[in-house]
Ligand binder design. Structure first.
Ligand code: ADP
Ligand code: MG
Length: 224
């Protein structure tokens, strides 16, 4: 069996609202192996985004145990979470969240500079990733000068820029029309596979789910 890039045991997450506690994740046991692409399916409100946010270490407030690239995440402080997030993870969201004042190449270069890459290495990698996604002629376009499908492709390149062990994608093509969504999704899967990253991809689209290595189903905060 391949080593795990993500392993949760009894992962829980609840939110307080006034004096009520809403239990959203109710003990998730999930393992994603290196290089594996796993679909996270479930109806709206089942907890997909909450699970990805917990795995993404965006906040510390989860219960149970979670290991990312072999490191236990549950006891890390904010700085430790930031470090592990940078070492292990890439993110693609439903909306691209690109920096509007930077062009496509710069949006892929910046996270690499934060990780200590030289400008030259970072720019070469941005050119290569964007070229692999058919954006070779769009390197100096800003997000507002790109179509929705092109914006999501740049977001995919940015997520892969630092060679993450695991890409977390939350409805990555959910904002695109069906034809564009299928195209961008196919390119996303191809590039993730080429790069050897693993991915955990939330979607409620069964057609897209069928293209992944494996699917897990979330229902009211539990895997079925
Ligand atoms: P999905 O992504 O599957 O649609 P979410 O993870 O966004 O589901 O939400 C799951 C449940 O958790 C929903 O009932 C939602 O209202 C609740 N929830 C999510 N985030 C919060 C929050 N910050 N505070 C309170 N409830 C939340
Ligand atoms: Mg969601």
């Amino acid at each position: 069996m391949n080593e795990a890039v993500l392993e949760t045991i009894g992962l829980t997450r609840s939110f307080r609202q006034g004096d009520m506690t809403i239990q959203v994740l109710r003990g998730i046991d999930l393992r994603v192996a290196a290089g594996e692409i796993v679909g996270l399916l479930g109806p709206s409100g089942s907890g997909k985004s909450t699970l990805l946010q917990a795995a993404g270490l965006l906040e510390g407030g989860f219960g149970g145990s979670m290991r990312l690239i072999g490191r236990e995440a549950s006891r890390l402080d904010a700085a430790g979470r930031t470090q592990l997030r940078r070492d292990a993870l890439g993110f693609v969201y439903q909306f691209h969240h690109l920096l509007p004042d930077f062009n496509a190449s710069e949006n892929v270069v910046l996270p690499q500079l934060i990780q200590g890459a030289t400008r030259r290495t970072a720019a070469d990698r941005a050119t290569s990733l964007l070229g692999a996604l058919g954006l070779g002629a769009r390197l100096t376009h800003r997000p507002s000068q790109l179509s929705g499908g092109e914006q999501q492709r740049v977001a995919v390149a940015r997520a892969l820029a630092n060679r993450p062990a695991l890409v977390l994608a939350d409805e990555p093509t959910g904002n695109l029309d069906e034809v564009t969504a299928d195209l961008v999704f196919a390119e996303f899967l191809r590039l993730v596979r080429e790069e050897g990253s693993a991915a955990l991809v939330a979607t409620h689209n069964e057609r897209l789910a069928a293209k992944m290595d494996r699917v897990v189903r979330l229902h009211e905060g539990q895997l079925q």
